[in-house]
Design a protein around this ligand. Structure first.
Ligand code: GLU
Length: 305
């Protein structure tokens, strides 16, 4: 497995030149375009690292998976999907367009920004700090890493420039989809997106989901089985923004990407995989990271289809 992962990194490094680091959040523009690293953590706790695996990055949209898990645990499936849909979207992640045209005003799914803001609003907690602590402790549990913290310069940058997210959240409040203090919910969302991790952390989170919600290192059921099943389904249909279909065909695993350049991939009953490559394609997915996952899928026969 080690040589397969090392080769996948080596064979696909050149792709970084064809993408661009996200720049709509000024602090993200400082990301290293040339970095490419990966980690596999399997359900027997074997770990393989390759390339620039020490790169630290912000979790960005990968956090939407954990927020959905917390929202489902705290509210139950029916209550969550009353407020957010479960259908893929062909629009960019931060689009407002469909909110107005859909009769219910419900965001299409929990992995576009509008849907993730709704899930954040549903997580238990009377205020932003309590909601943040709830999601933060779930991330610490799923990574088995108590040192996980926020990159405060990215957080400040998100907060200062996140006007599209602000527009989305106020629209949702106007449509009675979200309740409570909008600024509090946004603050939690910006902070969770700015959590700093490595590929090892993300591969471990993916391994819990791959292992039916059970942490491979402790055998603790962290995520209830039904919540875990729903999460894998939404990752499969909606995890890669508006190129989720293409990813399904070429890789074929439940996955979630983020504009920090990470892709988390779940291979049910086998392993969690994380790649980092801040150079992004036009959809906002790591360009070389996607290619690494395609090669791994071919070599290790990872597609669930
Ligand atoms: N914090 C980012 C935003 O809301 C997350 C985007 C992403 O990774 O897709 O704009």
């Amino acid at each position: 497995m080690e040589s397969i992962l090392k080769n996948a990194i080596k064979n696909n490094r050149n792709w970084v030149e064809l993408g661009q680091v996200a720049s709509y959040i000024p602090e993200l523009a400082k990301g290293n375009r040339d970095a490419l690293g990966a980690c596999i953590f399997d359900t027997d706790c074997n770990i393989v690292l390759a390339g620039d695996y020490e790169t630290r990055f912000t979790i960005q949209s990968v956090c939407k998976v954990i927020t959905l898990i917390c929202a489902l645990i705290d509210n139950g499936k029916e209550n969550v999907f009353l407020k957010v849909g479960m259908e893929p979207s062909a629009d960019p992640f931060n689009s407002l367009a469909k909110l107005e045209t859909r009769e219910s005003h419900k965001p299409l799914n929990p992995f576009i920004n509008a849907g993730a803001i709704v899930s954040t609003s549903l997580v238990s907690g009377d205020n932003g700090i309590e909601k943040f602590n709830r999601i933060h402790s779930m991330i610490k549990k799923m990574t088995d890493n108590d040192d996980i913290d926020v990159d405060y310069s990215v957080y400040r940058s998100e907060k200062l420039t996140g006007n599209t997210n602000r527009a989305i959240a106020y629209y949702l409040k106007g449509a009675n989809i979200i309740e409570r203090n909008v600024e509090d919910i946004l603050d939690t969302y910006f902070k969770i997106c700015s959590i700093e991790v490595t590929v090892k952390d993300v591969a471990k989170m993916a391994s819990v989901i791959a292992n039916n919600g059970i942490a491979p290192w402790s055998n603790e059921q962290i995520i209830p089985e039904e919540v875990n099943r729903i999460t894998k389904s939404i990752m499969t249909t909606c995890g890669l923004y508006d190129s989720s279909g293409e990813f399904c065909v070429n890789v074929g695993t439940p996955a979630k990407s983020g504009v920090g350049g990470c892709i988390m991939s779940v291979v049910p009953n086998r392993m969690g995989i994380a790649v980092i490559g801040p150079s992004l394609d036009q959809h906002g997915n790591s360009i070389a990271g996607t290619k690494v996952l395609e090669e791994l899928s071919r070599e290790l026969k990872l597609s669930i289809f």
